[in-house]
Write a protein that binds this ligand. Structure first.
Ligand code: PMP
Length: 393
């Protein structure tokens, strides 16, 4: 394999360089020149006025989003491969004539719809500009700078970045090998605990009983259950919403409702907790188009179920096929799988797939693994064919 590596640097306050990521580029890959050009154009700027906590950050690196119109198979950021409900477009179009007006600040109609669909009290719902915004709100509302936050690892790599911006002390508790809830969460010093369930990037899930127990043991802390992928699982923790006063369940329309581009998420909790979160959020944090589109999507449960079921079926087939190709793959409860070749770096394979026009996610912290989003059946067939070609080539 001929090629080169391209380090992506971030520049710390004193001007020292830290490698934030590394792309392995192959000589015959047309994407190479484009990436090199944009990297070369990036200025080496230092900012004197920035808070030390921010200067020290490397920043979250989201998965690559190719330019509109590029013909790639995108299996890297856990988006839904199917379009959203056909009701979404007309609902958004109807709002276009009202863009001179601010959106409803309390998102009352959307909260009422979401309350009905999720079976929770609308007064306990906070709508966010994606659930990522709700994570920020939770940290700002419940975590004083210097206080602890904790979660099992490996997990969603955005949490540490958001915690660092808030000046929180991060205490990561490793998952055991079987990905059960780690006992360390019962005693770790933290004002806020986050459990991503189903977990990313492992795709594993814990049942609701230990989460309920954790919420009861940890009445000294807020327990956030990040259910971004729960619609693809067999179980969820909605029964804890309102029943356990310190529990906040996060949901998003980005995955199971095919609306990653619209940016709508929900925090589901008690009305008392929601009131505190509302004080901290921007009054107009969810725009008019997003509120209308989100309502329409939630109302169309038939499209949601159809797409979810297709993804679950393709997920089983993808896992079976990867197992046949010698990967280790835990059963997944999400819309992605984690495929491992223990003790082998898969960084080169990711670069090769990229040259075949297939994007999957690779993490430096899990070098022997690929996180593969469940795409359409055709997309998964293309991935499997590319894996076979690369294995024999
Ligand atoms: N939580 C997890 C575990 C996720 O993977 C994601 C998506 N990257 C989010 C939350 C954020 O989703 P949203 O698009 O609603 O901000």
């Amino acid at each position: 394999m001929r090629g080169a590596t391209l380090d992506i640097f971030v520049f710390r306050r004193a001007g020292t360089k830290a490698v934030a990521g590394r792309l392995l580029l192959l000589d015959d890959c047309p994407a190479m020149k484009e990436i090199e050009r944009s990297a070369a154009a990036r200025p080496e700027a230092k900012v004197a006025w920035v808070r030390p906590a921010v200067a020290a950050l490397e920043g979250y690196a989201p998965g690559e989003q190719p330019m509109a119109g590029s013909r790639v198979i995108k299996l890297n950021t856990n988006e839904n491969p199917y379009p959203p409900s056909p009701a979404v477009k007309p609902a958004i179009e109807a709002e276009l004539d009202r863009l001179q007006l601010y959106p409803p600040p309390d998102a009352a109609e959307l909260r009422a719809t979401a309350g009905r669909i999720f079976g929770v009290d609308p007064e306990g719902i906070v709508v966010g500009n994606g659930s990522d915004e709700l994570l920020v709100l939770l940290l700002r509302t419940f975590v004083e700078p210097g206080a602890g936050v904790a979660w099992p690892v490996p997990t969603y790599s955005l949490y540490p970045t958001l915690a660092a911006v808030q000046g929180a002390v991060v205490r990561e508790v490793p998952f055991p090998k079987n990905f059960n809830l780690p006992a360390g969460l019962n005693s770790v010093e933290a004002a806020l605990l986050i459990v991503c369930n189903p977990n990313a990037p492992s795709g594993t899930a814990v049942t609701t009983a230990p989460l309920c127990e954790l919420a009861r043991v940890r009445r000294d802390a807020v327990l956030v259950i990040d259910e971004a992928y729960a619609d693809f699982a067999d179980e969820n923790a909605l029964e804890l919403v309102g029943a356990e006063p310190n529990v906040v369940v996060l949901r998003t329309l980005s995955k199971s409702y095919s609306l990653a581009g619209l940016r709508v998420g929900f925090a589901l909790t008690t009305p008392a907790m929601a009131r505190e979160l509302h004080k901290v959020r921007d009054s107009y944090n969810v725009d008019r188009l997003a509120q209308a589109g989100a309502c329409a999507a939630l109302e169309d449960q038939a499209t949601f179920r159809h797409n979810r079921d297709r993804i679950r079926a393709t997920r089983s087939r993808l896992r079976e096929q990867l197992l046949m190709r010698g990967f280790e793959v835990e059963p997944s409860h999400a819309n992605f799988v984690l495929a491992r070749k223990p003790a082998r770096s898969l960084e080169g394979l990711v670069a090769e797939l990229r040259c075949d026009g297939i994007l999957v996610r690779w993490f430096a912290s899990l070098p022997d693994a690929l996180r593969i989003t469940v795409g359409t059946d055709d997309e998964i067939d293309a991935l499997l064919a590319a894996l076979d070609r690369r294995a024999s080539g």
